[in-house]
Design a protein around this ligand. Structure first.
Ligand code: CAO
Length: 425
């Protein structure tokens, strides 16, 4: 079986442009002309088609990579001649069937929604329609296409979004599309010079998730202060066994460990609720902690896996590497899924206390602010201690205030009086 390279063709002005979608998977069979990736420049986006039919054997690029003409996209194993014949017959049959089908009625679309949600099919759609769906926060692969070969049109996107909102959201809840509801009655430019820019893509993608979390979960935020004097003395005393140099370990590694020890005592914080009406809650037995990472493209929340099984130094190094991957847009999408609870740390920047938004469908998030030295009454005299402000936002549907306060006490003890014991686990 012969293998062939599929490279970026000559596509006009598109040089060193970002890949925003990979439309195929390893092992997938594709036909000549099928779209394989979407590129997006500052001005527009374009789908790159395959110039051969065959089975994909190796995808050489990932979302976020920048490519130009001639760069290798993927390799495909060419079909044998008989396969091509069968393939063409199938296409002809599909064509005939599709030509007879009327565009789907709304009712049918609603029923199909359920099936399509479960499948992992990749949608056929033009770059303009894909962009439109992205702007509305809709996953194009979940939208039933009413055109030939199931191609998704702009009207399909509109119907899907309307149905999705009607099915999932009570009518009195803000769907994030406030533009029509609260249109301002003046123009900013009337008051001085202004500059209107595009909202970065990652912020646009995150927006519906934040709005959904804020609107769905009744948040309460519990603030506390933790005395981490001994923890900080210990952290600053750590040296490399081999060269005797000071180890650079982030306080966040200790906080992750303390959080996981608390999650073991309070399993309801390591749970997820996707749909309250189902009456079900999922308890997770793993400890993958999400860390909010500030990047030039917007906030990302990758997971640090199996925090319970890793030591402080390992966690610190892994966190640094994962944060860098996010900033370089080299992180795989699946690293954003499957978390226990999230930590949002502004400790390296500043401030004391904030109200973090829960990373839906998780049920709590720990906000960490900058530790400071404070004079406090310690025993019977004032002394200087290092104090860490924390802010725990929790889902009040499932967690009561008293439980949240106890959970914070547990974190406090794990970073304070119990910390040597807990870290040894
Ligand atoms: N108190 C005091 N100092 C702290 C601290 C804290 N709580 N946490 C970290 N620091 C110190 C670190 O020790 C480091 O000091 P040195 O340079 O002297 O070693 C410095 O602050 C910088 O830390 P950092 O922020 O670069 O690294 P980190 O490991 O602490 O955090 C990460 C990593 C990815 C969480 C961070 O870089 C980041 O992106 N933070 C922003 C997250 C965010 O935006 N959250 C808000 C989301 S809205 O909910």
């Amino acid at each position: 079986m012969s293998t062939i390279d599929i490279k970026v063709p000559n596509i006009g002005d598109f040089k060193d442009v970002e890949i925003i979608e990979i439309l195929v998977k390893n092992g997938q069979e594709i036909n000549k002309g099928d779209s394989i990736i979407t590129l997006e420049s500052d001005k527009s986006s374009v789908e790159v088609p395959s110039d051969h039919s065959g089975k994909i054997s190796n995808i050489n690029v990932k979302v976020g990579d920048k490519v130009s003409e001639g760069d290798l996209i993927l390799k495909i194993e060419l079909f044998k001649k008989e396969d091509i014949k069968i393939d063409n017959e199938e296409i002809n049959n599909t064509k005939k069937i599709n030509e007879q089908i009327e565009p789907l009625e709304k009712k049918e679309m609603s029923a199909n929604l359920q099936n399509i949600n479960k499948s992992d099919k990749l949608a056929l759609a033009s770059p303009r329609v894909r962009k439109f769906a992205r702007e509305l926060g809709a996953d194009i692969n979940r939208i039933p296409g009413s055109e030939k070969f199931g191609r998704v049109s702009e009207d399909d996107v509109k119907s899907f979004v309307k149905l999705d909102i009607n099915q999932k959201q009570p009518s009195n809840i803000n769907d994030g599309n406030q533009k029509q509801k609260f249109k301002i009655e003046y123009d900013h430019a009337d008051f001085g010079e202004i500059d209107v820019k595009d909202i970065p893509r990652i912020k646009k993608l995150a927006a519906p998730h934040l709005v959904n979390s804020f609107n769905t979960i009744p948040h309460v935020t519990h603030h506390d202060e933790i005395d981490i004097t001994e923890m900080e003395e210990f952290r600053n005393s750590l040296t490399d066994h081999y060269n005797g140099e000071k180890l650079k370990i982030t306080p966040l590694a200790f906080i992750m460990k303390a959080l996981v020890a608390a999650l073991k005592e309070f399993p309801s914080f390591n749970s997820s609720i996707e749909d309250m009406s189902s009456g079900k809650i999922t308890f997770k037995k793993y400890f993958h902690i999400g860390i909010a990472v500030d990047t030039p493209n917007g906030l990302m929340v990758p997971k640090i896996r199996q925090v319970d099984k890793k030591n402080i130094q390992h966690l610190s190094t892994e966190l640094r590497e994962v944060a860098q991957k996010c900033r370089d847009l080299k992180i795989d999408k699946k690293e954003f899924y499957g978390g226990s609870m999230t930590i949002s740390s502004l400790g390296g920047i500043g401030g004391s206390f904030f109200t973090p938004i829960i990373n839906y469908p998780e049920v709590a998030i720990l906000g960490v602010s900058k530790s400071n030295k404070k004079q406090i009454l310690y025993g019977d005299r004032f002394t200087s201690r290092t104090i860490l402000p924390i802010s725990l936002s929790y889902d009040h549907r499932i967690i009561d205030g008293a439980e949240a306060a106890r959970f914070c006490n547990e974190i406090r003890d794990n970073l304070g009086k119990n910390f040597a014991f807990k870290l040894a686990i």
